[in-house]
Design a protein around this ligand. Structure first.
Ligand code: S5P
Length: 274
């Protein structure tokens, strides 16, 4: 299967330039770690990104969480992305009609498409959401992930919903590079006519923690080994497992990023040799 090949080999076959760049970055930095920087102050946000930057392939943002957002923050974020060699993923979870999501993606306060290499969407509106987002993102060379599954207890994104999400992605391979999911999706929901032998969707997986099994609001954690080795996922997304409840403990944050990077990469090497 394609996912048992190295990230470098898989990069060669990607048609979307962002998917290719992410896989190349993972190989170059020997990291399949994405850090989700869910903090409310710009100062903490940039300090965390600067300190975890060397250990990640990707930084995931919720830009609307920042209470002191000013547009010059974007330039700082982009500078850090160049300094540390990582991509940016705004976790916007679009979920509206095509026309609305195109406006939300291109415009408003945050102008996400202008700086975020990757964003994501819920498949719930159907293929029109991809049409809307790709009208903005494709000319800029961006990539989209669909939320095929979620990490939370009681998630409704299961069964035929997940299968239909994969079918939607399969029909838009120029822009949809993969999924937010808990396992591999290659071949899911395919019929005999679909040529899926070489299918290679990127799987980015949140709900990753080494020290706890969940939080008080339905989040569920698995270890990097369970995610990358047992479930075949490509990128581990870690938030509070790295920065805890105190975004100012910068040395501890650097040490945990290093730890998750090492665990994620070891699980990947074990997958390659199994
Ligand atoms: O199913 C999901 C999808 C996402 S994108 N479950 C998630 O937790 N996420 C996001 O990943 C969530 O919005 C948060 O930003 C991050 C997980 O954070 P943590 O602190 O629980 O690691």
């Amino acid at each position: 299967y394609p996912y048992q090949q190295s990230y470098a080999q898989r990069a060669l076959k990607q048609t979307n330039s962002t998917a290719k760049l992410l896989l190349e970055t993972m190989e170059r930095k020997k990291s399949n770690l994405a850090v989700s920087v869910d903090v409310t102050k710009t100062k903490d946000f940039l300090a965390i990104i600067d300190v975890v930057g060397p250990f990640v392939c990707l930084i995931k943002t919720h830009i609307d969480i920042l209470e002191d957002f000013k547009h010059d923050l974007i330039q700082h974020l982009q500078d850090l992305s160049v300094k540390h060699d990582f991509l940016i993923f705004e976790d916007r979870k679009f979920a509206d009609i095509g026309n609305t999501v195109a406006l939300q993606y291109s415009s408003g306060v945050h102008k996400i498409a202008s700086w975020s290499h990757i964003t994501n969407a819920h498949p719930v509106p159907g293929p029109s959401i991809i049409a809307g987002l790709s009208s903005v993102g494709l000319p800029l060379g961006r990539g989209l992930l669909l939320l095929a599954e979620m990490s939370t207890k009681g998630s409704l994104a299961t069964g035929s919903y997940t299968e239909n999400a994969v079918r939607m992605a399969r029909a838009h391979r120029d822009f949809v590079i993969g999924f937010i999911a808990q396992r591999r999706m290659d071949g899911v929901g395919a019929t005999a006519e679909d040529a899926v032998e070489d299918e290679d969707f990127l799987i980015l997986t949140p709900g990753v923690g080494l020290d706890t099994k969940g939080d008080a609001m339905g989040q569920q954690y698995r270890t990097p080994k369970e995610v990358v080795l047992d479930s075949g996922c490509d990128v581990i997304i870690v938030g509070r497992g790295i920065y805890g409840n105190d975004p100012t403990l910068i040395d501890a944050i650097a040490a945990s990023a290093k730890r998750y990077m090492a665990e994620g990469w070891a699980a990947y090497l074990e997958r390659l040799s199994s």
